[in-house]
Design a protein around this ligand. Structure first.
Ligand SMILES: [Zn+2]
Length: 590
């Protein structure tokens, strides 16, 4: 081994597709696509931007994010150490790079993810940066282009990562309303929370050749189904065949395709001068972020007060260990949505079907009365016996379940009915058919729709709030949580398997994830904890129902008087806080 060996190695690289030894400069000239077999090598965000935008036009958006470790997460390595290593390894501040640029002369805002940075995971800082990019596109009245590369939400930031899916989705909803084009470019790989939000709820979805996208990863699906996956599963061509993307594009054609699409949006439209703005001026929301959140009218007994973060000493009853809480939340005797529909509500009329070919048994919904008022109730349905659980797919909704829920939400808005959701799912169905039918996009559309639904929405985490599948029913004006429910970005077992890596570390993972009601109340993810009878809801379902009913009424009644436009505005502020409040809080502490 000579001293020049490492240099020699840097000049050459071996193709992962065909194992050809390639001269690096030649590979780069070919946009990092193997000239022998056409395999598309993963690109870092800076190189991707260089390939897409007009030379000299890129202006990076200010990052200015302080250190982030919002839940003080430790697995075998403290999270700040992982962040430091990612920064050193990539030269990037975070897993996304955002900027304004022109593409073929058309102005656009771009947010480009970088898989090298902690697997492109979506945490508060990434959520904040992409949201700001979308807000910049709205201000400038330009298109937004999102280039995704992600394993999913960032486990180390717990449920706050999950909230980013809603925050970014509502920014995309604002672009939709303004008639501004949003385009996502799926690159390899795009999974989990990113797939189930901004990667698929944009106007157009392009998949780069060789990209894979899905809600559940292939490893998880194989584990759950115990079967081999079909050839080419979740690849760009698979996605095209199943109607989930507009086109599959070779890297060398990507820029040209974007130019053509951007040209369409400007055709026949008078150019509006961008609104003058000060670079890096703090946004209004960010100034508000440090304060108590938006307020809602208070009910007679004062239960509904602020949607802002909880204050000390306001955490409800004493708590169990997080892992014991997980076990209670999963207890087979725990009241289900249908139990509550019987005990809390009156006159439930179940409505079925997504009108697209399916009716998912894991989601039930319909009209009912709550203390004489008509409401739309939608919830996950588990069961008490093995037979019931199997019939209901363990409360894991298929895309048809999410689309049924979406249909009922929209119907409620048209009829002027408030929506009450009861969330109790280990997660969305991680099956082959679910992926074929567009699980990620189905969840993404629900999240986006809920951010702007012009009717009161009240969500209750009654049992397990599992990841994106839970969030698909839990973007609400008020989010309540039963005392022994859990709400998490990933199951403790899943988190333990990835980070420890050892599934038996699930109890430690449960603690690290901050998934209990008091933890989430403190983080502002949940507004109120609904007490359960001791020791837990399954021991006295009638009393649990009485408590839930009281909490629903106390939280719903004040919402009924709020005009729809204001509801939507307050809901947006509620979810906009999750990136901003943490950054703001720490910025203030500096
Ligand atoms: Zn090759």
């Amino acid at each position: 081994m000579t001293a020049t060996a490492p240099r020699e190695e840097q000049l050459w690289s071996r193709c992962a597709g065909c194992a050809s030894l390639l001269y690096r400069k030649r590979l780069r000239r070919n946009l990092d696509v193997c000239p022998e077999c056409g395999a598309h090598t993963r690109l870092g965000a800076p190189e991707r931007l260089r390939q897409l935008v007009d030379p000299g036009s890129l202006r990076l958006l200010p990052e200015g994010l302080p250190e982030a470790d919002p839940i003080a997460f430790v697995d075998v390595v403290p999270y700040p150490h992982r962040l430091t290593a990612a920064r050193a390894g990539t030269g990037l501040a975070e897993a996304v790079v955002c900027g304004t640029a022109s593409i073929g002369g058309h102005p656009a805002v771009l947010a480009v993810m970088d898989f090298r940075f902690l697997g492109g995971s979506l945490g508060c800082a990434v959520g904040e940066l992409i949201t700001r990019a979308a807000e910049r596109a709205l201000d400038d009245r330009t298109a937004l282009i999102l280039v995704t590369a992600s394993g999913g939400a960032r486990m180390q930031e717990g449920a706050l990562s999950l909230m980013q899916m809603a925050t970014i989705s509502q920014a995309i909803a604002a672009l939709r309303e303004a008639g501004l084009l949003t385009v996502s470019v799926l690159t390899d790989p795009t999974y989990g929370g990113v797939a189930a939000s901004f990667a698929t709820n944009t106007d157009l979805v392009l998949a780069e050749s060789g990209a894979r996208m899905g809600f559940a990863g292939p490893r998880v699906i194989r584990q759950v189904t115990g079967r081999a996956l079909p050839e080419g599963f979740q690849t760009a061509d698979f996605l095209l065949r199943h109607g989930q993307v507009d086109m599959v594009v070779q890297r060398r054609s990507l820029r040209g395709r974007l130019v053509a699409l951007l040209a369409v949006t400007r055709a026949g439209r008078p150019a509006r001068p961008p609104v003058p703005r000060q670079e890096a001026a703090p946004r209004r929301e960010r100034l508000d972020a440090g304060g108590p959140g938006p307020t809602l009218p208070v009910s007679g007994d004062g239960r509904a007060t602020l949607t802002g973060p909880a204050t000390a000493g306001d955490e409800g009853p004493a708590v169990l260990d997080a892992w014991d809480t997980v076990r209670l939340a999963r207890h087979p005797g725990r009241p289900t949505t249908l139990d509550y529909l019987d005990s809390v509500f009156d006159g439930f009329v179940e409505l079925h079907g997504d009108r697209l070919g399916g009716d998912c048994p894991a989601v039930v919904g319909g009209v009912a009365r709550l203390d004489g008022r008509h409401v739309m109730v939608i919830g996950h349905q588990k069961g008490h016996t093995t037979a019931e659980l199997v019939a209901r797919n363990f409360g894991m909704a298929s895309p048809a379940g999410h689309r049924k829920a979406l249909r009922l939400m929209r119907l409620a808005a048209r009829l002027g009915l408030p929506v009450v959701t009861l969330v109790d799912t280990p997660g969305a169905d991680p099956g082959v058919a679910a992926e074929e039918q567009g699980q990620a996009a189905a969840i993404a559309e629900n999240i986006l729709t809920l951010t702007v639904l012009p009717t009161p929405v009240l969500a209750v985490i009654t049992g397990e709030g599992g990841s994106g599948g839970a969030l698909a029913l839990a973007v609400a004006d008020r989010v309540l949580m039963l005392q022994h429910a859990v709400y998490s970005v990933i199951s403790p077992e899943g988190c333990a398997a990835i980070l420890w890596p050892d599934r038996s570390a699930a109890p430690q993972a449960a603690r690290a994830l901050r998934l209990t009601a008091p933890d989430l109340r403190r983080l502002g993810v949940v507004d109120e904890i609904v007490p359960e009878p001791a020791p837990a809801a399954h021991d006295d379902p009638a009393e649990a129902a009485r408590q839930l009913r009281a909490a629903l009424l106390a939280n719903l009644l004040p919402l009924l008087d709020v005009p729809p436009a204001m509801l939507v505005r307050l809901r947006r502020q509620r979810f906009r806080r999750f990136g901003g409040v943490r950054a703001g809080a720490r910025a203030g502490a500096r």
